[in-house]
Design a protein around this ligand. Structure first.
Ligand code: S3P
Length: 423
């Protein structure tokens, strides 16, 4: 696919529905298994990753009805006891379903992922789930989960990971005794927010989560999924690096553990503001942005809160005056691709001075030259480097992986660029 600058890009754009939040879409389906009746999900993200989660729910016996933009999910009276859990590219589905199913004694679940997911570490859930009492046959997918009666433990996760935390909470809610959980820094807090709002006893004391076993099923819920800040970021950066552009994004998830990239952009000189408009379980609001000249920045704090945005931020780094760095970001190496490597190799192809660091990357702002870029099969890498097309004609190989989280991406991006060849 060739992507080139457009002579007259849309100068002002208001977005109300862009791409719904992926983390919340996964959770809104998986958590319905903990309830006693029909849950209503409005604006569920229709993308490959979240479709995998929905498909698994059906395989496990949930009944799923669709009414326009609404999904109606009723958990089965008994979860199917033997099943293949096909996660495709979705790490959140694999790790959270493993947590949900770890306590289903007598069950046998075979977890399968695509090539990328099969390379991602599952020891991070194997260790805590086995200490609780379950068994996983391998530290990588494919693996078989042998559930068991679980007993509460304290677990300190060596990585700040919301997927590990979510898996641990889901398993602990069905253990026979209480559990506690800590992590090196706070990872996104959707699981604890959502589940405690439904009545689960999950207390946070001195950065430690205390999880009491469920005494009864949770109440069915009705939940509206807002826009995903990790998808909004691409259009925020498009607007920032373009000339005389302005945009307004409505209905964006503004959870503090998800918007650190906006803070980084502000430090870089971005004309960007956001404002919370409502708060029901999660804060949701509006983001405004206008083209700005950016300066380099050093990012080393709250990394877990912007880890998914580093690929997009690397484009802002390349367009900024001076040097930028992201440190403390080793986790980038075990995402959908080794993102430190994917980012640096594409930036170098574009003639930008960039280097891999042991725990992150360094980028010297500069001018792009035309280049052939790779997606590395990684949706966030593909979308980040598609933005370069606003400045220089590029060729992007393997953009179909964008379907994983943001199927309408090019529909929106084509207001800013010409997609010369391909879809
Ligand atoms: C996610 C958590 C993060 C994030 C991923 C989605 C989630 O991963 O990178 O895209 O929905 O819980 P980790 O939990 O592995 O850090």
């Amino acid at each position: 696919m060739k992507i080139a600058p457009k002579p007259n890009p849309t100068a002002f754009r208001r977005y109300s529905s862009l791409a719904q939040d992926k983390s919340l879409s996964h959770r809104s389906v998986i958590f319905s298994f903990l309830t006693s009746g029909e849950c209503e999900i409005q604006d569920f993200l229709r993308a490959e990753d979240t479709n995998s989660t929905l498909q698994i729910a059906k395989v496990l016996g949930a009944s799923v009805r669709e009414e326009g933009q609404k999904l109606l999910l009723t958990p089965p009276s008994q979860i199917v006891s033997k099943a293949q859990i096909l996660c495709n590219n979705a790490g959140t589905a694999m790790r959270l379903y493993a947590g949900l199913l770890a306590s289903r004694e007598g069950g046998v679940y075979e977890f399968v992922g695509d090539e990328s997911l099969s390379k991602r570490p599952m020891d991070r859930i194997k260790t805590p789930l086995e200490r609780l009492g379950a068994k996983l046959s391998s530290s990588y997918a494919p693996f078989t989960l042998y559930p068991n009666k679980l007993r509460g433990i304290h677990f300190h996760s060596p990585v700040a990971s919301a997927q590990v935390k979510g898996a641990f909470i889901l398993a602990s809610l069905f253990a026979q005794t209480p559990s506690s959980f800590s992590e090196p820094e706070l990872s996104r807090d959707h699981s604890e927010r959502f589940l405690s709002s439904l009545g689960a006893e999950i207390l946070i004391q001195n950065k430690m989560l205390h999880i009491a076993p469920l005494k009864k099923p949770l109440s069915p819920y009705s939940f509206v999924i807002p826009n995903d800040p990790s998808s909004v970021i691409f259009f925020v950066i498009a607007c920032l690096i373009g000339k005389n552009l302005q945009a307004e994004f409505e209905n964006v998830l503004l959870n503090p553990t998800r918007i650190e990239a906006f803070e980084v952009l502000k430090k870089m000189g971005a004309n960007l503001s956001y404002e919370i408009r409502s708060e029901r379980i999660e804060p949701v609001g509006i983001v405004r942005v206008a083209s700005s000249s950016l300066v380099g920045v050093k990012v080393e704090k709250n990394i877990a809160w912007l880890i998914d945005e580093i690929p997009a931020l690397s484009i802002a780094f390349a367009c900024a005056r001076g040097v930028s760095e992201a440190r403390g970001a080793k986790e980038l190496k075990v995402k959908e691709s080794n993102r430190i490597n994917s980012i640096v190799s594409n930036l170098k192809a574009l003639g930008i001075e960039a280097c891999e660091l042991e725990d992150g990357l360094r980028v010297q702002g500069g001018e792009f030259r035309s280049a052939k870029l790779k997606s590395f099969g990684d949706h966030r890498i593909a979308m980040s480097f598609a933005l370069v097309g606003m400045k220089k004609e590029i060729e992007l190989e393997g953009s179909e992986c964008i379907e994983i989280s943001f199927p309408r991406f090019f529909e929106f991006l084509s207001e800013y660029v010409e997609v010369v060849n391909g879809s």
